[in-house]
Design a protein around this ligand. Sequence first.
Ligand code: HEC
Length: 200
Amino acid sequence: MNVLNSGSRSASGYGVAAFGLVVLMALGFAACAKPAEQAAVPPPVDPVARGAYLVNISGCNDCHTPQRFGPTGLEPDMTRMLSGHPAELVLPEPPKLGEGPWIWTGTGTLTAYAGPWGLSYARNLTPDVETGIGAWTEEMFVQTIRNGKHMGTGRPLLPPMPWKWTAQMTDEDLKAVYAYLKSIPAVANQVPEPVPPPAP
Ligand code: HEC
């Protein structure tokens, strides 16, 4: 009995020691591992800032902001940023270009274009309610670019609006572009409606 008792005491002594070791190792690991709150968290994306970036690198200003001649040649008139073809620039008939290879022509503002599709004018993308996209919903804007249709479901968008390329943006990016456009200064400017080509 004595032997058994002492044996069992000794076994339980090892058990306590082993348990202590496991606890120490666990504490050691916990001390080495980074606490959860210090894990790298990506900065939240500000949709307006992201939209500004996308609009600037996608060249939207090249057509939607009227250009004028300045010291460095054609320069965007940023006082009318993204407000489309200036309403007061009423245009004469476009020149007749014949069979080609020159098949389209445009104004120095880079906002009006004449080609086999007729006449098209870069539109007002500012948040003006009457003449821009102020009354558009986010859904309308996304669908316009996705489907290449005015207000998402209307007439097909004409050249040179590069909607087949801009349609490839993610929904998140298109929503960011919309958020940015809604944040810029509204410019009241009624862009003329496009004119279909003359019947052959
Ligand atoms: C090469 C010139 C060009 C570029 C670059 C361009 N657009 Fe356009 N955009 C146009 C023209 C022209 C129209 C008008 C087409 C029409 O009336 O059918 C238009 C129409 C639109 C419309 C439709 C507006 C409406 O009332 O239906 C939206 C929205 C638009 N553009 C957004 C953009 C955005 C955003 C970018 C940049 C990512 C961009 N565009 C780049 C020329 C351009």
